[in-house]
Design a protein around this ligand. Structure first.
Ligand code: PEP
Ligand code: MN
Length: 364
């Protein structure tokens, strides 16, 4: 380029830099006025968003636009400015969720019969997919005692894909869990599917599980939020991390702060595993929220051969615990027969996880 050309380019760029600063100044001034408007609206109880006024401003811009930008382009840019201004009017407190780190810096630690979830030591939650009988759960409980484990899961209300599949023992199942918990000094976790059963459930179980299929059952979330009882909330199979956090917010905003999150795999096009374990969701949830985060590797993978590596990965990624399914005789299990470990496999899994150093040998 000639010297004259270079000189011209520099002059024009200088001019652009000046204009950028003028736009910035004007935008900031506009933002301050929008904040003032927000305060006036708040005082007089007027809704912040005013579509009629926005339409009017867009029409004026269209009328005055002389190019070179297309009117649609100008309107697009201004709509972004309107949106940003509206966000400025929002009270910062309202934007920060109760479950977020912005609201609470320290980790929430949920204490379940003396086992702390979200503290310094990761935990293992294990048990059959479904409660089928007293004897079946007892076999798992005996093994838990031998292994020094304290947290036992088992489904009593089973949200099955087909209405013809085993639906669980219902209240009977919860009673079996309570009996086992009392006899063996264990803490029991079971899924509740109806808001009407929440009050009753807390008489029998130590942790209310809300399953993937019910993550956005808002009435159930509100009911679980209205009791003072630990809740393990599983991620919906097609839920984004943000939707997952909002679901937890439903519970916490009702007053129940004892909420734990559980990543259990999401639906993708991949068929090699039952779901796709979203490993990055674990550190993201740990960063974004103060709640304990667990990973259910049984439902995430649906594959016995992947339980150990995915459990290690989850713990290495910062999970506060892992959930797996174990059944005394998986071949005859009434649900998830193919993905449950038998007791021998479970004990091997446990000792390998402990040998890795990711789970303490005396883990609960
Ligand atoms: C379960 O844990 O028993 C279960 C049904 O899992 P999910 O809700 O994650 O499918
Ligand atoms: Mn299952």
């Amino acid at each position: 380029m000639s010297e004259k050309g270079l000189d011209q380019l520099e002059q024009l760029r200088k001019r652009l830099d000046e204009i950028n600063l003028q736009i910035l100044e004007l935008l900031s001034e506009r933002g301050r006025i929008a904040q003032e408007i927000g305060k006036v609206k708040l005082k007089s109880g007027i809704n912040r968003f005013d579509p009629v006024r926005e339409r009017k401003m867009l029409d004026i811009l269209a009328e005055k636009n002389q190019g070179p930008f297309e009117t649609s382009t100008i309107q697009h840019i201004f709509k972004e400015i309107f949106k940003a201004s509206l966000e400025l009017q929002e009270d910062d407190n309202r934007k920060a969720l109760l479950v977020s780190r912005k609201k609470q810096k320290e980790d929430t630690v949920v204490d379940i019969k003396g086992v702390k979830i979200g503290g310094s030591e990761p935990v293992l939650i294990a048990g059959p997919c479904s409660v089928e009988s007293y004897e079946q759960v007892k076999a798992v409980a005996l093994n838990h005692k031998r292994q020094g484990l304290k947290l036992l899961r088992g489904g009593a209300f089973k949200p099955r894909t087909s209405p013809y599949d085993f639906q669980g023992l219902g209240i009977e199942g919860l009673k079996i869990l309570r009996q086992i918990a009392d006899e063996f000094d264990l803490a029991v976790i079971s899924e509740i599917v109806s808001p009407h059963d929440i009050e009753l459930a807390i008489e029998y179980i130590d942790v209310i599980q809300i399953g993937a299929r019910n993550m956005q059952n808002f009435e159930l979330l509100k009911a679980a939020g209205s009791v003072n009882h630990p809740v393990l909330l599983k991620r919906g199979m097609s839920a984004t991390i943000q939707e997952f956090m909002f679901a937890a917010e439903y519970i916490v905003s009702k007053g129940n702060k004892q909420v734990m999150l559980c990543e259990r795999g999401i639906r993708t096009y991949e068929k090699a595993t039952r779901n796709t374990l979203d490993i990055s969701a674990i550190p993201i949830l740990k960063q974004e929220t103060h709640l304990p985060v667990l990973a259910d590797v049984t439902h995430a993978t649906g594959r016995l051969d992947l339980l150990l590596p995915t459990a290690k990965a989850a713990l290495a990624a910062g999970a506060d615990g892992v959930m797996v399914e174990v059944h005394p005789d998986p071949a005859v299990a009434l649900s998830d027969a193919n993905q449950q470990m038998d007791l021998g496999q479970f004990n091997d899994f446990l000792s390998e996880l402990q040998a890795s150093g990711l789970l303490k040998a005396k883990a609960r």
